[in-house]
Design a protein around this ligand. Sequence first.
Ligand SMILES: [Zn+2]
Ligand SMILES: [Zn+2]
Length: 393
Amino acid sequence: MTTGARLDDPLPTELLQRARALRHELHRWPELGFAEHRTQARVRDWLAEHGYRPRACAGTGLVAELDGGRPGPVVALRADLDALPIDERTPLPYRSEVPGVAHKCGHDGHTAILCAVAARLAALRDRVPGTVRLLFQPAEEGVDGGGARVMVAAGALDGVAAVYGLHNWPGFPKGDVRVAPGTVMAQEHRLLFAVRGRGGHASEPQRCRDPIAAGARLVTALHTLVAREVGLAGGAVLSIGSFHAGTANNVIPDGAELRGTLRSVDVELGERLAARVREVAAGEAAAAGLQIDAQVERTYPAVVNDAACVTRVAAAAARVVGAGRVGTAGLPLAASEDFAYLAGTVPGCYFLVGAGAPVGATPGCHHPDFDFDDDLLDVGARICLGIVAAGGA
Ligand SMILES: [Zn+2]
Ligand SMILES: [Zn+2]
């Protein structure tokens, strides 16, 4: 063992190569939320190889713990395991072998980072204060309310003083770390509108109640809602991502279905807009003389960072990337994250590691061309290790 080695020193080349190979293997065999069986087995093997005794949690998740050589609190680090229902479009040598499923959010990278952290902690155990609990979480991408909630319910955070998690972010310059106290990721309301009209011949609209026309007005009204109800400070976004109706050019259909998302930084603003969305749907239904069933359902809450945890992350990040590259610009993000359930249970901090170079030129998360940047393996792991080295809580 190298004497004087710090926990957050650059990763040894051999470990970095193994972490990269693991990342590519996970990328090649992506799995959807709560179905990460192969991923779970692979991570379990990795952990066992480094002396851990991981246990299953939330079905396809894992929890592993390492007691350090010095007194200290229990600190949790979290990675997400799941991929997305997207077709891989890249020419990568390790491109997805599973049709319709691909790692397009970089969770393969997050998992490899936490595996590298596990290896490093095991190698430098006598430098580790307190206890580190590693959380490999299934189903971040919105399946059945998120795997983080299930892990919390299963006791994954019992006895934990603080929890930390990271996400790669192509929207920020590569090597930048963005972290801030308070809300960093928005809360989400999922929107579903079932428009029930009366179909008929397209040549006789007067005998119909046209759900397409009503749906189109509803989209416009909803977009106007945010523009008119949210002032300069902003803090909300509403998008309709799907609008399905009809089968033929000369038939007015009976119904239409629209789906969308409402993101808001502020809990009160989110609830107020959710109520207004229902009112607008009811108003458009009345105006069109048909029925609109509006389901407005809160999915993930906002991710709210604890100030003391943020200070620790910022200090750990500054040691790795330099203080000049650690900041709050661009936060909060309108994306949402089930890390919210972890940071809502114990003090926590979620931070973003930039992966874009230059900004805008890199495909964003969830884009078919996206791939995790392997250069982040070292940076991400070292920041996590720095958090642990600092006591973490
Ligand atoms: Zn995602
Ligand atoms: Zn993600």
